[in-house]
Design a protein around this ligand. Structure first.
Ligand code: PEP
Ligand code: MG
Length: 597
């Protein structure tokens, strides 16, 4: 449990009693997890993502028409909201995610559903809220019972739509107008919430739940909105208008800060801003350690709109394109042609730089929607398991990637969730088939596309020698590797304090993977969030890692820090960490060895 969140402590500033008694507002510091970098100070906008209650069940016969017009108005209002959300999403991050909302709008026009709800209100004299709840829940249940993972995912979309209509029946705005420059404090936030709030020019977010690798957090990073998650009950301890500070570097949130605290963070904010402008000058320089060893920093991206950040922050290419963003937005696999168009755009935008397309990693917790309905979703039907079970999906994605590779560029294919050699060989077989088919069909394709895998399941670490002998590259996905090794759900706030990247098991596994890759002349990189942790840099360099894939905005700071590290020193620190028995000792050692940015 997060001790500080349960027993709020004060930071090292003068006691509250230093201010006149009448003006005392207690300052509380909460420790959570830094999910998106930056420091912001502003008033709280409190938002609760609650279960929706239903209005009274029965209506009088003379109120039927009134109830029907309420229902019609609620549908119209829902459509307006969804259209707005879809267009904001499209403006901010492209059509990839906006299609989710288009699908919800289509359902509002489903004649069978609307006619059935209207009929039941009329004949059963039931309130619209109750009928909407029952009918859409039935639909939702059917989808949840489906053997098809895709249908089950759509169920959550439908639940969102149901809540929206019911809220609108009660004339409640889901997100009412909020003042610009507010900081949103919520029990939880969905990606749609983040998008909508960002339109109101909010400055940052803090949530009770969530992990640093949730999609809402990744979207905040893409939008440069500081975010701290895993703050337990913070949403119950603030009210609208309270002053709040979000420190998205250290994962701290301060409610009702004293003037001294505000001054402290304003200075920290300025220091960061100043060093960012200085770091801007670094972007064009190659990344080298103090001893001039060349290091490569790539970007993790979810949308093509993020490609601009590659140039801006001096990235050397894309080390991880999470292609499932294309899949999730449609609720179904994108067609080969849609994918070909998309990958072609990526290739054309960065023709000279590496572009690693990770094949669809859908399933598990990787849905945009929090609730993927499987008993044990993270141990369920996910990533390469789905790809192997549904050859149409795998083949069309491979065809699209190989065709796009004909345009030049430096495309590479990476497989998610690999836990056995059988999986690698099964995919290789399909690759061979796809190439034969393309040849027969006389369709141009790029033949030499390097193949790699994510190392994110402990089994992959155990068989790392075999994998690195068979593949062109491996990339360590610490987000999942930590989750699966330590048996700690990456999105479950309650156990986040156990989600330790510096656990000796993780450090030793990372070391094993790097060593095996070198031994077998296989390229190795890291694309999990650990790669961008300033405390991990010395360790990773010392273990021999030379390729990092991170959120683009982290790159300038990393370049500067790397320039201050001598490999011989880093190796000593890494060797010491490999002997230490606890995460705390390793973290302590690394904090001391960390160079300043
Ligand atoms: C990882 O698991 O570390 C990773 C980079 O992949 P994702 O966060 O998309 O699961
Ligand atoms: Mg992963």
């Amino acid at each position: 449990m997060n001790e500080m969140a349960r027993t709020p402590k004060r930071p090292p500033q003068p006691a509250a009693s230093a201010t006149p008694a009448a003006a005392v507002v207690t300052e509380h510091v909460f420790a959570g997890l830094a999910a998106s970098r930056g420091i912001v100070i502003g008033p709280v906008y409190l938002y609760r993502h609650d279960h929706i209650s239903i209005d009274s069940e029965h209506i009088a016969a003379e109120d039927i028409e009134l109830e029907l017009s309420r229902f019609k108005a609620a549908c119209e209002r829902s459509e307006k909201e969804l259209t707005k959300i879809a267009s904001v999403t499209e403006q901010k991050i492209g059509t990839t995610y906006s299609a989710i909302f288009d699908a919800q709008i289509m359902m509002l026009h489903d004649r069978t559903l609307i006619d059935l709800i209207t009929y039941r209100i009329r004949t059963e004299l039931k309130g619209a809220g109750a009928v909407v709840d029952e009918e859409i829940s039935k639909y939702q249940k059917l989808l949840l019972q489906s053997g098809e993972a895709l249908f089950r995912e759509r169920a959550t979309d439908i639940a969102d739509l149901k809540d929206r209509i019911i809220r609108n029946l009660r004339s409640e705005q889901l997100i009412s107008h909020i003042d610009e420059n507010c900081i949103v404090v919520a029990n939880m936030l969905t990606p749609a919430d983040v998008i909508l709030f960002s339109r109101q020019s909010i400055k940052g977010c803090a949530t009770d739940t969530g992990g640093v690798t949730s999609h809402a957090a990744l979207i905040c990073s893409s939008l440069n909105l500081p975010m701290v998650v895993g703050l337990h009950h913070i949403s119950e301890q603030v009210k609208n208008g309270d002053q709040i500070i979000i420190d998205g570097y250290d994962g701290k949130v301060i409610i009702n800060p004293q003037p001294e605290t505000i001054e402290f963070y304003t200075r920290k904010q300025k220091r960061r801003a100043m060093s960012m402008s200085e770091l801007g000058r670094l972007t064009s320089a190659e990344t080298r350690t103090k001893c001039k060893h060349r290091i490569f920093l790539y970007s993790n991206i979810d949308f093509k709109e993020e490609l601009a950040s590659i140039e801006k922050f001096g990235s050397e290419g894309v080390g991880l394109f999470r292609s499932e963003s294309l899949f999730i937005s449609r609720g179904k696999p994108p067609s080969e042609q849609e994918q070909f168009d998309y990958y072609s755009e990526l290739v054309r935008a960065i023709p000279a730089r590496p572009l690693v397309v990770r094949l669809f990693d859908v399933g598990g917790d990787k849905m945009l929607f929090a609730s993927y309905k499987e008993e044990n979703p993270n141990l369920g039907w996910r990533g390469v398991r789905i790809l192997i079970d549904v050859p149409e999906i795998l083949e069309s994605q491979l065809r699209a990637v190989f065709r796009a590779a004909a345009l030049g560029g430096r495309l590479q294919i990476m497989l998610p969730m690999i836990s056995s050699m059988e999986e690698v060989r099964a995919v290789k077989k399909v690759i061979a088939k796809v190439k034969t088919d393309l040849r027969k069909e006389k369709i141009a394709f790029g033949d030499a596309v390097p193949l790699g895998v994510m190392i994110e399941v402990p089994a992959a670490v155990e068989i790392i020698d075999d994998l690195t002998k068979e593949l062109d590259f491996v990339s360590i996905g610490t987000n999942d590797l930590i989750q699966y090794t330590l048996a700690v759900d990456r999105n479950n706030g309650i156990v986040q304090s156990l989600y330790k990247k510096f656990h000796p098991a993780i450090v030793r596994m990372v070391s094993r993977v790097i060593k095996a890759a070198k031994r077998n002349s296989c390229r190795v990189s890291m694309c999990g969030e650990m790669a961008s942790d300033p405390n991990a840099l010395v360790l990773l360099l010392g273990l021999g890692l030379a390729e990092f894939s991170v959120v683009s905005s982290a790159i300038p700071e990393m370049k500067k820090m790397i320039a201050g590290i001598r490999l011989s020193d880093a190796r000593k620190v890494a060797a010491k960490c490999l002997t230490l028995g606890t995460a705390l000792e390793i973290e302590h050692t690394l904090k001391h060895a960390r160079p300043q940015a």
